[in-house]
Unconditional design. Structure first.
Length: 258
């Protein structure tokens, strides 16, 4: 599956085709992950312990698989072994994919790990900016993920997992929406580059200033009175865009100097 990229089409089950949103771990980093290989009469499948697949009619993490458990194709697990190796994970628009070893009959697996599989298998993702952008600009989104998001997610997922487990559902929903907006903003910054986003930000600020200004706020200091004008939502968005562009631009410069 390493040849897959955003925009490709795969089978998410025996009767359904799904678009690849992005293929994770395409860039070789030399790291070996712990793998569980599930062997059945018609083939085998290797995946990480926290990766979710269909077992006995339910989606469960691979670490909960046991000999005798039924896979989606009706075959039962005959043996379980452990090893280390590289991983690849195409995320699809449906949250599912038919997966197998190089040979053998595939089985249904989720395209997300345990911490986020419930979200990816729900209807929510298809309404996100991230999935919409991936459908419109697949090659650019794949490059964005490979170049900027892969290392970020690798570092952040352990912390996000704890937050999602502890936070109430409404707060998780807010975090998901905010994260989606941040990813979309980052994509714009990454695609347009530092100068492009900065230009758009200046235009946005100028447009905001032409509209009705919010009331000014006066603040007393030890020496004089200072007047502050609150940023409008458009100006705030522009500021976020500039910050994101500067961050990504700095990363690109740093990478170029290595």
């Amino acid at each position: 599956m390493s040849e897959l990229a955003a925009g490709d089409t795969v089978l998410s089950d025996a009767d359904t085709a799904a678009r690849v949103v992005v293929n994770q771990h395409k860039v070789e980093d030399g790291k070996a992950s712990l793998l569980i290989t599930l062997t059945h009469a018609r083939g085998s499948l290797a995946l990480t312990p926290d990766h979710v697949l269909e077992l006995d009619g339910k989606f469960m993490p691979a670490r909960e698989a046991h000999v005798g458990a039924a896979l989606s194709n009706g075959a039962v697990i005959e043996a379980i072994s452990h090893s280390r190796g590289g991983i690849i994970n195409p995320i699809t628009a449906t949250g599912k994919i038919l997966a197998a070893a190089a040979t053998g009959e595939p089985v249904v697996a989720a395209t997300g790990n345990e911490w986020l599989a419930d979200v990816m298998l729900s209807a929510y993702p298809k309404y996100t900016l991230s999935y919409t952008l991936a459908a419109a600009f697949p090659a650019a989104v794949q490059a964005y993920y490979d170049g900027a998001l892969e290392p970020l997610f690798t570092a952040a997922v352990p912390h996000l997992t704890k937050i999602k487990a502890a936070a109430p559902a409404p707060l998780v929903g807010v975090i998901l929406v905010a994260g989606d907006a941040a990813l979309a903003t980052g994509f714009a910054a990454y695609s347009l580059g530092l100068k492009g986003v900065a230009t758009l930000a200046v235009i946005a600020v100028a447009a905001a200033r032409k509209g009705k200004k919010p009331p000014r706020i006066r603040a007393l200091s030890s020496s004089n009175i200072k007047v502050f004008e609150p940023l409008s939502s458009l100006e705030l968005a522009a500021a976020v865009a500039v910050t994101a562009a500067a961050t990504l631009g700095a990363r690109k410069l740093a990478a170029g100097r290595k």
